[in-house]
Write a protein that binds this ligand. Structure first.
Ligand code: SF4
Ligand code: SF4
Ligand code: SF4
Ligand code: FES
Length: 969
């Protein structure tokens, strides 16, 4: 997957068509057969004949404006554009005649007469379709010169930190406008003016940065000239070779071509063959990769006896042997269970597998957990109980077949942007939308997209609303009883039916707690079940719509997170929306490899493949392969580790690629736990918030520095490929391996492919996975074994549920104990924003700060006015856990009584406020409901002052280590 000489991905000019009807025609004497609806341009390209073109590209529907792609068709007058002319049976087409060549040269002459003739110094030299076409049509001179009116002096717009718009190079092909509209769905660009005056403008003629542009890069990708160009290409020149890899930000798992010059990344270009993204990207994957070589990277191992001591840079051998001896000392003094490990959902499957293996086989306990504890663990439990597996049921592409989409507790345009764009494409094509969210997220109302129903519920009432939806479907006779009878467990359904019919679950009864009017809820239920907001049982005679549910952390991060997941599963079974394209239950996974970290056995009770540690048969297989005896008892979950640390029984932690101080709830409690421990080993690329409490720092490697695989929210395993040597000398999997060896557990892998071979041998759902297969097929989806197609299973539960019969579970609504009181009258909910990512360790070290330089507290105008709060003013946010200070953002997006913030900046301390309230089944924290009071203030909170002091002290201790190392060198 590495090209020694860079090649552009093949462009067929217009999109592929799918049709059962095949059309045969002749192009330049060659017989060609293609699906009906294919353009002449594409048919020719598939036969190896490239017709000159400028305004066409195969990621966009053709537009027919440049007139370069003219052809001659026997028996027809004139010269039609091949990009807009569909094939017909028996057509005889010529693409190269003297007349056509003449016409094309004339067109090109006009373009070139208003284009700077600076090809040799242009950043796109060698990667410019205008330049290529001039050569293809044989343009040698231009009759019109540059003396007349032209645009050559138009000023460039450099406001976007990642790309430049140079209108002097624009040929007004509108590819950028169409990419922004049709692919991204932002509608930020237009062509203003007519004829000679027509120009591409952002917004109403503002700069790119001030417009609605979200910097996805689709327009830059589509531009055939250097008019829209990446700044890195302008500064570094054209790349020389490319490697296919996978984005390391979110669970969409977009494929990218890392285009390189030597070992430096010039640009990341979304990969057309990437199955999760099909050539699209968002600002993070496309542009925010500069953190990987940021000056803050720590590249030397460091140790210290106490967190008040300066760090000391040491060799890898010394750091690892110190870490190993400390862990063994703690176990000797405090018992086998006094230490544990945390796997990273940012690291590869192979790395995660090794960390849990290290804990189970070298620490000899099961004290391993992962960040999924604080995000999608309720998905694991809820879907596991109802369907038999935690996996999302569909591919992203499946939404193209949906008639109705229900989005609950998710904000795809910010948190899963490439899926968000795909969803918006489907909605613009006619699918209907229901949004269940306390906030007016973008999907509720954005250009050409409107939610038919927005159920603006109060935080913490998901279960009441989901039950009410099911109640309406049951009581109005809209359930799919054939599906239920055929595919679901009778007894559980009968019990559940009795429960859901209760009047306490009616929309009229739940409206009081959820705040969702009964009429709105009934409309949404009817739409989900029948495809119409006023649908009746009789409407179902002609079939049912494909209705899909997409959900996120707004469902899971609640005291009833697992209950809500089960309620979603019930709803899909009740309406038969499981087991085919266009339907399903789709958890939108947060981090790039959170699916993989769960699959790889990161939970304390489960071995890889979600098999319980108490199962002696399964345990026996691992014991034989690893040559150790495993503890049959589940280990400690993350919050239990913290509690045990404070109680004194848990004293050592190996934490790979997670920043628990910033990401876990009740930060002060987490910090207290870490301070109580004797040896904390942090492996990370930066000295993150958690590392400030560490005794051993092992430098980590970014996704550009290692080989491995990530698994996205579709269960798709894609390759991560090393494009540069690890800055600190070792990839993360090698560091874990060295630590294992230092602890006396032999590990001798020479490549991550060997680790995957071990995973496949020990995990039935991965039996057919190998690096060789991923290399060959591009990606595979688990389950991938002898029972599935070669590339794995696209749609889960097609004929039967993984557990056999689907199980309905009773989902009684229980109000959260975290509720508004006189002291804390508002409910705080948290979330992410497009340009930043989680704890922000990566995105804060990029120019993405141009869009979101700080966390703000969104508050409804009425709540703001009650408290005398102006937009932009500093406000304190206090809960029973703590107080922090942010700037207010007065916004109609909020409902009265509810406030919202992101958590990307450590100094804003969103998790100082969140409490220890958590999901009853999994301990997933209730981040989405915290009772708070908000008031105007003049300065930082006491916590923020302490935080700043501690941060500065730790920074100083790290800088001293560097200075001492330089002197010693
Ligand atoms: S970067 Fe994306 S959002 Fe911005 S103008 Fe281009 S296509 Fe539109
Ligand atoms: S900026 Fe590029 S893509 Fe957009 S109209 Fe101009 S030449 Fe075409
Ligand atoms: S959508 Fe997610 S995976 Fe895709 S480029 Fe953006 S952050 Fe990366
Ligand atoms: S490529 Fe067909 S008209 Fe431009």
């Amino acid at each position: 997957m590495q090209e020694t000489v860079i090649q552009r991905e093949r462009d067929f000019g217009t999109p592929a068509r799918i049709s059962a009807t095949q059309i045969t025609l002749t192009i330049d004497g060659r017989p060609v057969t293609v699906p009906e609806g294919t353009s002449l341009m594409r048919a020719a390209a598939e036969a190896g004949i490239n017709i000159p073109r400028l305004c066409a590209t195969d990621s966009l529907e053709s537009f027919g404006s440049c007139r370069l792609c003219l052809v001659q068709i026997e028996g027809r007058r004139g010269y039609p554009a091949s990009c807009t002319t569909p094939v017909e049976n028996g057509m005889v087409v010529s693409t190269e005649t003297p007349k056509l060549q003449d016409l094309r040269r004339g067109v090109m002459e006009l373009y070139i007469s208003d284009h700077p003739l600076d090809c040799l110094t242009c950043p796109a030299n060698g990667d410019c379709e205008l330049q290529d076409m001039a050569g293809v049509v044989g343009l040698r001179n231009v009759r019109y010169g540059h003396d007349g009116a032209h645009h050559l002096d138009d000023a460039a717009d450099t406001s976007n930190p990642y790309f430049t718009y140079d209108p002097s190079k624009c040929i007004v092909c509108s590819r950028c406008v169409r990419a922004c509209d049709d692919i991204q769905g932002t509608f930020a660009l237009t062509v203003s003016g007519k004829g000679f005056d027509s120009r591409v403008v952002a917004g109403q003629g503002v700069s790119f940065l001030d417009s609605d542009c979200v910097s996805c890069g689709a327009c830059v990708q589509a531009c055939p000239t250097s008019s829209l160009q990446e700044n890195t290409v302008i500064s570094m020149g054209q790349p020389e070779h490319a490697v296919i890899t996978t984005c390391a930000y979110c669970g969409v798992g977009c494929g990218f071509r890392a285009e390189m010059k030597g070992d430096k990344v010039v640009r990341m270009v979304p990969w057309k063959d990437g199955k999760a993204n099909e050539g699209h990207s968002c600002v993070k994957g496309r542009f925010a990769w500069g953190y990987a070589t940021h000056k803050d990277r720590i590249t030397s191992p460091m140790i210290r006896a106490s967190i008040d001591d300066p760090w000391r840079e040491v060799s890898w051998e010394e750091a690892l042997s110190y870490a190993a001896s400390e862990l063994r000392r703690i176990q000797a003094e405090h018992g086998r269970g006094a230490i544990g490990g945390i796997t990273s959902s940012r690291c590869t499957n192979e790395e995660t597998y090794l960390v849990q293996k290290l804990v189970r086989a070298a620490f000899s306990n099961n004290n391993v957990d992962t960040c999924a504890r604080v995000c999608h663990s309720p998905t694991g439990y809820g879907l596991g109980q109802t369907y038999g597996t935690s996996a999302g049921t569909q591919t992203f592409k499946s939404v193209d077949q949906s008639d109705v989409v229900l989005v609950i507790g998710a904000n795809p345009t910010d948190a899963h942007p490439v899926f968000g764009s795909r969803l918006k494409q489907r909605l613009r094509a006619g699918a209907r939308l229901i949004v269940i969210d306390p906030r007016s997220i973008d999907l509720v109302k954005s250009p050409h997209v409107r939610a038919e129903h927005h159920l603006q519920l109060r935080p913490g009432t998901n279960v009441a609303v989901l039950n009410a939806l099911a109640h309406v479907i049951v009581t109005e006779g809209l359930a799919d009883h054939d599906f239920v009878a055929d595919r679901c467990d009778d007894r559980s359904f009968t019990d559940w039916l009795g429960f859901i019919r209760l009047s306490e679950n009616s929309p009229e009864a739940t409206a009081a707690v959820s705040g969702v009017p009964a009429g709105v809820l009934r409309g949404a239920a009817r739409l989900y079940a029948t495809g119409k907001s006023d649908g009746k049982a009789t409407d179902l005679a002609n079939g049912r719509p494909n209705a899909a549910i997409y959900y996120g952390l707004g469902v899971t991060e609640h005291a009833q997170g697992s209950t809500a997941v089960m309620a979603i599963a019930n709803l899909a079974m009740l309406t038969g929306n499981i087991g085919r394209e266009g339907v399903g239950v789709n958890p939108l996974r947060g981090q790039n490899n959170v699916q993989g970290s769960c699959d790889m056995g990161s939970f304390p009770h489960e071995l890889p493949g979600y098999r319980h540690i108490s199962d002696s048969t399964v345990r026996g297989e691992f014991e034989q392969a690893w040559g150790v005896t495993l503890d049959p008892e589940p280990g400690l979950r993350l919050p239990n580790m913290f509690d045990a640390a404070i109680a004194g029984s848990f004293r050592g932690l190996y934490c790979q690629g997670e920043d628990i101080v910033q990401s876990d709830p009740d930060s002060q409690h987490v910090a207290q736990a870490l301070m109580a421990m004797e040896c904390i080993i942090v492996q990370d690329i930066f000295l993150n918030e958690t590392a400030r409490y560490a005794h051993v720092f092992l430098p980590g490697s970014s996704f550009l520095e290692k080989d491995g695989t990530f698994t996205n929210a579709e269960r798709r395993l894609s390759r991560v490929r090393k494009v540069m040597a690890p800055l600190a000398g070792y990839a993360d999997w090698e560091v874990t391996m060295m630590l294992a060896n230092a602890l006396g557990l032999p590990m001798h892998y020479t490549h991550p492919s060997e680790i995957m071979d071990e995973i496949a041998a020990l995990t039935p759902t991965f039996r057919g996975v190998s690096f060789e297969k991923i290399e060959r097929l591009g990606s595979v989806q688990w389950p991938c074994n002898e029972d599935t197609p070669e590339a794995g299973l696209e749609t889960m539960h097609a004929d039967r549920f993984v557990r056999g019969k689907g199980r309905f579970l009773i989902t009684k609504y229980v109000p959260s104990e975290e509720r508004a009181t006189r002291k804390f009258p508002l409910l705080l909910t948290t979330g992410r924003i497009l340009s930043q990512y989680n704890v922000g360790a990566q995105t804060r070290r990029t120019d993405n700060n141009a869009w979101h330089p700080e966390d703000r507290l969104e508050i409804h105008p009425a709540d703001a006015e009650d408290r005398g709060i102006r937009d932009g003013a500093q406000v304190s946010v206090s809960s029973r856990a703590g107080t922090t200070v942010l700037r207010a953002l007065v916004s109609e997006r909020m409902q009265p009584g509810v406030v919202y913030t992101t958590f990307h900046f450590p100094e804003s301390g969103a998790n100082v406020i969140t409490t220890d309230s958590s999901d009853w089944a999994t301990n997933c924290p209730e981040y989405k409901v915290t009772a708070v009071q908000v008031a105007p203030v003049a300065g930082p909170s006491p916590w923020q002052r302490d935080y700043a002091r501690f941060r500065d002290m730790q920074q100083e201790l790290a800088e001293q280590a560097r200075a001492r190392a330089v002197v010693e060198e």
